[in-house]
Design a binder for this molecule. Structure first.
Ligand SMILES: [Zn+2]
Length: 450
């Protein structure tokens, strides 16, 4: 058994001192606290459990920074989406694998150890199925394998261009399935997955799926698999849903779809009080992507009301414009401060550290939404992240402020070593295969952009 020893580690009850962790078969086999290090133990200072990144479109990493120029006075999510459609038009499965591997390596370097890939780029550039319908899912699996990140694959069902079964646009031809084709796609995707991967499904949004299609595909989640859907990201989407059905999108889902803890509503930005109460009570997680939501001008999630209602949440890097686990949590808190003109909002008297409160919630919500266990606990995957105690951002830090330091004052390099499934994937802040992954990524982007 491989033994690690930490001066302090974040266990399910909070910080513990002098923690010895034994890893075998990719899982945590034993944990002792108050333990003296033994010869042969690898010693580190500060250990955290790896976080789950519940929402990623890996290929979008390759267009990061390409849509930050003002094109017209009403630039918004929808004009960004046009850029995204043009970027993905020519991507081959090899391109998708190369770009996603870079994104996944960066996720590991920032402290994420599992990714939920919301995978919708299924068809070839002409909109036809590949001979293997899960050809591009295979590319995602290959990318996750190259980077060594845990994978929860969420094949996306996408059939329409807008509410009410509107026909898709030409830019959406690589996403499209019918119900039978999607069932085959899910099965073919399963065949690509390694043993420690999880499989769910993702109806793209109420824009892309009719009620009949939603009802038909939900059984493909298999009873316990995660179900992810984009919901209420944009005001225009809320208005269009109201015009179509008389209900707001989240309310429509609560009324029609038996939303429960298997569900992750991605964004859920625009919620009214009734939706907040109903969605929180359902046990579903809100999949918040505050950095992308800020980048796209989506709006501000009602975080304080969500917390007050006991709502669960996790974070995701979505467009992968900037991949940083701490930055997502920081952006969530800062969005609340800007909206309410107060400080320390995503915490309370019982748990006053904002960093600890956000981290604990995102850890639990991430595991739930990705359909796996998480946390430094016996039997859980050995997904362990260390912080560099010698980093200037942690000078003089104690347990009470450690997570606040990382999340609010951290800088690149503060994450030091990352084990995923018991294998070291990041050392000294850099992915162990980072150079080879970046070389392939650079060659791919140069080919695509020149
Ligand atoms: Zn998304």
């Amino acid at each position: 058994m491989e033994m690690l020893w930490f001066d302090m580690a974040w266990l399910p009850g909070g910080w513990a001192r002098q923690v010895r962790i034994g890893m075998t078969g990719g899982r945590i086999a034993q944990i002792e606290t108050g333990a003296t290090p033994q010869s042969g133990d690898e010693r580190h200072a500060i250990a955290l459990p790896g976080l789950g990144n519940v929402h990623s479109h890996g290929f979008q990493r390759g267009m990061a920074g390409l849509s930050e120029r003002r094109g017209r006075p009403d630039d918004d999510f929808w004009s960004w989406r046009e850029v995204m459609y043009r970027f993905l038009d020519r991507l081959t499965p090899e391109d998708i694998a190369a770009i996603s591997a870079q994104a996944y390596a960066e996720m590991l370097e920032s402290g994420y150890t599992r990714v939920g890939e919301f995978h919708y780029l299924h068809n070839d550039p002409n909109g036809r199925r590949y001979a293997d319908p899960a050809e591009t899912a295979g590319a995602i699996v290959a990318a996750a394998g190259a980077a060594g990140i845990g994978l929860t694959l969420l094949p996306v069902f996408y059939a329409h261009g807008d509410f009410g079964g509107a026909p898709p646009s030409p830019g959406q031809r690589r996403f499209l399935s019918d119900i039978d084709g999607f069932a085959r796609l899910v099965e073919a995707s399963r065949a690509h997955l390694p043993a420690d991967a999880a499989l769910g499904i993702a109806p793209h949004s109420l824009r892309a799926v009719t009620p009949e299609e939603l009802a038909a595909i939900l059984p493909l989640a298999g009873g316990t698999g995660p179900i992810h859907i984009h919901a209420a990201e944009q005001r225009r989407e809320v208005d269009a849903c109201l015009a179509w059905s008389g209900a707001r999108p989240v309310q429509w889902l609560l009324d029609q779809a038996q939303v429960d803890a298997r569900w992750c509503l991605v964004h859920a930005t625009h919620l009214d009080a009734r939706e907040i109460a109903g969605l929180a009570a359902s046990g579903a997680a809100a999949g918040l992507c505050p950095v992308t939501e800020a980048n796209l001008g989506d709006g501000i999630f009602p975080g304080t009301a969500w917390r007050a209602a006991g709502g669960r949440f996790a974070t995701g890097t979505d467009s992968n414009i900037a991949i940083d686990a701490a930055a997502e949590l920081r952006a969530l808190e800062y969005s609340q401060r800007l909206a309410h003109r107060r400080r320390a909002l995503m915490a309370d008297e019982a748990s006053p550290s904002v960093g600890e409160t956000l981290f604990a919630a995102a850890l639990a919500g991430g595991a739930q939404a990705l359909g796996v266990e998480a946390g430094l606990t016996r039997g859980a995957p050995a997904d362990i992240v260390t912080l560099d105690a010698a980093h200037p951002a942690l000078a003089g830090a104690d347990a009470a402020t450690m997570l606040d330091r990382w999340i609010f004052a951290g800088r690149p390099g503060i994450v030091d070593t990352v084990w995923r499934g018991g294998r070291r994937r990041v050392a000294g802040g850099r992915h162990v295969d980072g150079e080879a992954i970046a070389l392939r990524y650079r060659a791919t982007l140069e080919k695509l952009l020149t």
